[in-house]
Design a binder for this molecule. Structure first.
Ligand SMILES: [Zn+2]
Length: 385
């Protein structure tokens, strides 16, 4: 069974300059005039509305939205023209108008296209609310649909309200069996390591995506070596030309890995995908000079968001757990240990059968073990730490 999840994302337009603010204001004012005109002329059909709004200097997307909106408004029969203020009747665009672009190399990653008039539109950087990146990822990858958007000015700030709908399979958690937490460790050595315990508590054979992280490292190195060797001006030019491609290729790898992780989870009965809470990572991401580090953090955060929405899409619940010490705790005895090398975890408890263990698998098992079914009234939780 397929359900639909809809959420209206409030994207804040970040620091539009004076020129762009003026253009947004023009759209709002023109839309208000057209709305009033059509209302005053009792346009109770799309055709009548069209005849009135056609002459206004608005994009076709705003006019089409008015053609739907005005007849409905008249149908309700509760409004008079005085009530048609912009706060209650903001500019609407049919969903073919606005679109989304992703530039993860920039401090504000997301851009939204806002129609202005027929041959003219504005691209503006837009900040989604925290915890909503998975919705934008889904939309950007064609796994969700955009609805009719609204352009809103509130307290001197501009927002786009963008309804997004995802088809999701109904959760199968109604089944009688206990949920099986599937631990997903996202990391440097392997982009993802996935492991869970069988019904006797024994770790099953893990799946490790390390070829993909080698490829990410290779792309990163090629790019950064190339830019470092060049003069600053040359480097800036190369950055313009190649960085979109670099990020797009890494995004493609992440897209593949996240689909594979979810496919792996689907082979387990009654799975729950368990991830570390990475919100702190995104919020503290260094947007300063260190492009390399930003790319690194971005890859983690994007993989996280994509696994989240793709699992949900397939009816698999997702839980996030406290990330502290997942890589330095022994999954067998719970004692703190250490990492003598990147890929190795060492348990210091002499009673414990574990002396050395593959570090990422150890971490994935700790993540799975932190899943608390009782603490999960919501399919997802996020701590604010
Ligand atoms: Zn141990």
């Amino acid at each position: 069974m397929l359900d639909e999840l809809t959420e209206t994302l409030q994207l804040k337009l970040v620091n539009p300059n004076a020129h762009k603010q003026r253009k947004l204001r023009e759209t709002v004012d023109e839309y208000q005039l057209a709305l009033h005109d059509a209302f005053d002329q009792d346009c109770d059909t799309q055709t009548k509305t069209n005849d009135v709004v056609v002459d206004y200097d608005l994009s076709g997307y705003a006019k089409n939205a008015l053609k739907q909106y005005v007849p409905n408004l008249l149908d309700e029969d509760t409004y008079d023209a005085d009530e048609l203020r912009e706060e209650t009747h903001p500019v609407r665009f049919t969903n073919e108008g606005p679109s989304l672009d992703h530039k993860p190399q920039n401090a504000i990653e997301w851009y939204v296209k806002i129609p202005h008039h027929d041959d003219y539109h504005l691209w503006l950087p837009a900040q989604p609310p925290a915890h909503k990146h998975d919705w934008l990822e889904a939309l950007y990858h064609g796994d969700a649909e955009m609805g009719e958007c609204q352009l809103i000015e509130r307290d001197g700030e501009w927002y786009v309200h963008m309804p997004v709908t995802r088809g999701v399979e109904q959760s199968r958690s109604a089944s009688a069996s206990e949920p099986t937490p599937i631990g997903v460790d996202i990391g440097e050595a392997a982009l993802a390591t996935v492991c869970h315990r069988d019904e006797r508590g024994t770790p099953t054979t893990p799946t490790i995506w390390s070829d993909e992280s080698r490829e990410v490292r290779r792309l990163r190195k090629t790019y950064f070596t190339a830019t470092r060797r060049l003069q600053q001006r040359e480097a800036a030019r190369l950055d313009e030309e190649y960085s979109d491609e670099l990020w797009a290729r890494i995004d493609q790898l992440i897209d593949t890995v996240s689909s594979d992780v979810v496919a792996h989870a689907q082979t387990v009965e009654n799975p729950v995908v368990v991830l570390e809470d990475l919100q702190h990572l995104r919020e503290n991401m260094d947007y300063g000079r260190f492009m390399n580090r930003r790319l690194h953090g971005w890859a983690f955060a994007t993989l996280h968001a994509q696994i989240e929405y793709k699992a949900t899409e397939h009816g698999i619940p997702v839980a996030t757990v406290e990330p502290a010490y997942t890589s330095k705790t022994c999954h067998a005895c719970g004692e703190k240990g250490y990492r003598p090398r990147q890929g190795t975890f060492k348990c210091t408890n002499e009673e414990c059968w574990v002396s050395e263990y593959q570090a990422d698998i150890n971490a994935a098992l700790n993540i799975a073990d932190r899943y608390d079914p009782a603490g999960e009234s919501q399919p997802q939780t996020h701590s604010d730490s």
